[in-house]
Ligand binder design. Structure first.
Ligand code: 1YM
Length: 639
């Protein structure tokens, strides 16, 4: 069976070996994120086939053994012998690094990232891979093992209906490479849903065969594409005009589209994509739209007489208040820039985006004068609030730090080196007192919160800045907010929320997270925010004091004790942080060598936003529904 190998195949395997030696270079990390990345590499090939116009259905299945199957109804990967490698094209695509792309010649290929080179990377990092191709009324099959060694070269295993074509790939990630081998349904679902929004009319199904109850899976198909995405993001919000505005255009093979709708909120949700990849740091497509949005609204407002000569012009920040917007660009040759490659650099796209947006949006405003007025008036209110906030913000400038310290709110750390400094935001004065005594004053700052902080989801910037607690936090962080935000001025590497494990504690935590997400989003995105994990139980026996985080650990610990000790152990449920003395608090929750911190991430900014809007926004009904649906999961109810 291996007669088709020659010297060149050795090189091929050396290529895949290089991927196994340094997986990080190809998929970033080998943690859960890397594990999921493998799925996207294979799904990308199916999406490419759909962008080329040949595939309408994609199915993803998490199998019982945590292997993944991806199936499409495209043309099927070519099965003929590849002229260069002298082996089948399927085998070439799965074993030759950097093979892929325009192998079959011609196709309009816009996928980003690794440009279809991913198949061989997935093979290199898998225990085994099987590919089935339906083509020419036949079913072809090939199998690889242990990092891409072909164990069954391509051969026909069956006949099929002449109309049936497509590719089915199943792979099992190599447990020697990855830290974990368990797939997370929600992670896959969120991205699959996003891909369905971004590729109008494409049907994608996700099924979890580990779950006996999941027999049909979830199907995502959106005929409205990104307009439906905007509606989805706005579903818990109150729109100020009924229809989502959708604009699109194409030039020289570059396709550009945008969907938008304003809501009554004070924050914006603007997300941009290039070839289905989120461009976190924007780029030319986003710049074109932002520039056009500001210009068109100002021009319209002046012409319509809503904005008077004496009024100042509206800024980019004013016109994006309450705006939900999805920008999507499909580009045959995208240039990604910046440290994380999260910015589109192609300069011709700026003009395309500006033209398509300004023409379409101007037309919308002229044809819908009531909506136009609502939008302009909202921007003008935002402008007024911004000016009020500027005044309020002056109170939170540098000189305040001394004052904040002086009034005893913040007990700063001695070190001025942000890299080693951390700040604990603590609920209540009594816990704050223990924390102050128990801290390492060289590197740990303590900020006790006395009152509830204001809900920034429900209040504009100027009101929020009137809130004492919020002003103190802004001052302590040192970064400023809004237009002046500067991450490099952050005074602490770690911001640690330390609240009680009860209802009030979680309320304060959600309020703080809302504040961070809205005013200091980069500190969340860059992983500076943590939740302290105070213990839930104290177990005492003899001279031993043991703290455990939860019920499960408590049981485990008790089981580990000899029967006579266990029966005499005193177990106390820790009610709050204030109950611990300084030494205990230090030992269990603050000491960098003993504590456990939970990093707060915004893996899915939009999901976080939806939860925030649901829990904190003005619509009561979604909140009630959320509580009803999730009440069953509550473990420690304490009212
Ligand atoms: C479940 C994963 O890989 N589908 C898929 C891949 C290819 C094609 C069709 C395809 C592409 C072309 C021509 C072309 C690939 N082909 C290649 C290569 N699904 C999945 N469906 N015919 C079929 O690009 O011209 C790489 S991927 F290189 F062989 F053409």
């Amino acid at each position: 069976m291996n007669e088709h190998y020659d010297a060149s195949d050795i090189q091929v395997l050396e290529g895949l070996e290089a991927v196994r030696k340094r997986p990080g270079m190809y998929i970033g990390t080998t943690d859960v994120k890397g594990l999921h990345h493998l799925v996207w590499e294979i799904v990308d090939n199916a999406i490419d086939e759909s962008l080329a116009g040949y595939c309408n259905n994609i199915e993803v299945v998490i199998n019982k053994d945590n292997s993944i199957t991806v199936k499409d109804d495209g043309r099927g990967i070519p099965v003929d012998i590849h002229p260069k490698t002298k082996i089948s094209t399927v085998e070439t695509v799965y074993t030759v690094l950097h093979a892929g792309g325009k192998f079959g010649g011609g196709g309009y290929k816009v996928s980003g990232g690794l440009h279809g080179v991913g198949a061989s990377v997935v093979n290199a990092l898998s225990k085994w891979v099987e590919v089935k191709v339906y083509k020419n009324s036949q079913v072809y099959f090939i199998r690889f093992e242990n990092g891409g060694h072909t164990v069954e070269p391509l051969h026909v295993i069956d006949k099929c209906d002449p109309n049936r074509t497509g590719t089915v790939v199943t792979f099992k990630p190599d447990p020697d490479i990855f830290d974990t081998d368990v797939y997370d349904y929600n992670t896959l679902m969120v991205r699959i849903r996003e891909l369905a929004f971004l590729n109008r009319g494409l049907r994608i199904t996700l099924r979890d065969d580990r779950n006996e109850e999941d027999t049909t899976g979830e199907t995502f198909i959106y005929e409205g594409g990104i307009s439906e995405y905007v509606k989805f993001i706005n579903q818990e919000k109150t729109p100020i005009h009924e229809d989502v505005i959708h604009l699109q255009g194409e030039e020289d093979g570059v396709f550009f589209e945008v969907a938008m709708q304003y809501n009554t909120g004070y924050n914006d949700n603007i997300y941009s994509f290039v070839n289905n990849i989120n461009t976190h740091d924007g780029g030319t497509h986003e710049e074109g739209v932002r520039r056009a949005l500001t210009r068109v609204i100002n021009n319209y407002a002046k012409k319509a007489g809503i904005l008077k000569e004496k009024d100042e012009s509206l800024t980019g920040d004013d016109v994006k208040e309450g705006l939900t917007m999805i920008i999507s660009c499909k580009h045959p040759n995208p240039q990604f820039e910046g440290q994380t490659k999260g910015r589109l650099g192609n300069s011709e796209v700026r003009k395309l985006a500006d033209n398509v947006f300004s023409e379409g949006f101007e037309k919308f405003l002229l044809e819908n004068p009531d909506d136009a007025r609502a939008i302009v008036e909202k921007s003008m209110l935002a402008c007024r609030a911004r000016n009020a906030a500027k005044k309020a913000r002056e109170i939170t400038r540098k000189s305040d730090l001394a004052m904040t310290n002086f009034f005893g709110k913040l007990s700063d750390c001695k070190s001025k080196d942000p890299k080693v400094s951390e700040i604990f935001i603590v609920e209540g004065d009594s816990a704050g007192g223990s924390a102050k005594k128990g801290r390492d004053s060289m590197t740990q700052a303590i900020l006790p919160l006395r009152g509830k902080i204001l809900n920034v989801e429900k209040n504009r910037l100027d009101r929020a800045l009137g809130n004492e607690e919020i002003r103190t936090i802004i001052t302590a962080f040192g970064t400023g907010i809004g237009e002046e935000f500067n991450l490099s001025k952050l005074r602490y590497d770690k911001i640690i929320i330390m609240t009680d494990a009860d209802v009030d504690g979680s309320h304060i935590r959600v309020l703080l997270l809302t504040l961070f997400y809205r005013f200091f989003r980069p500190i969340v995105e860059e992983g500076h925010v943590y939740a302290a994990q105070p213990p839930l139980f104290r177990i005492m026996h003899g001279k031993t004091r043991k703290y455990v985080l939860n019920e499960e650990e408590k049981e485990k610990y008790l089981q580990s004790l000899p029967e006579n000790v266990r029966s005499r152990a005193e177990i106390a449920r820790m009610k709050g942080l204030g109950e611990m003395d300084a030494e205990e608090l230090n030992e269990t929750t603050m000491d960098i060598n003993k504590r456990i911190l939970r990093k707060i991430t915004v893996d899915d900014c939009m999901a976080a936003d939806a939860v925030f809007a649901k829990l904190m926004g003005d619509e009561v009904e979604p909140r009630r529904k959320f509580i009803e649906e999730n009440a069953g999961y509550v473990q420690n109810l304490d009212i």
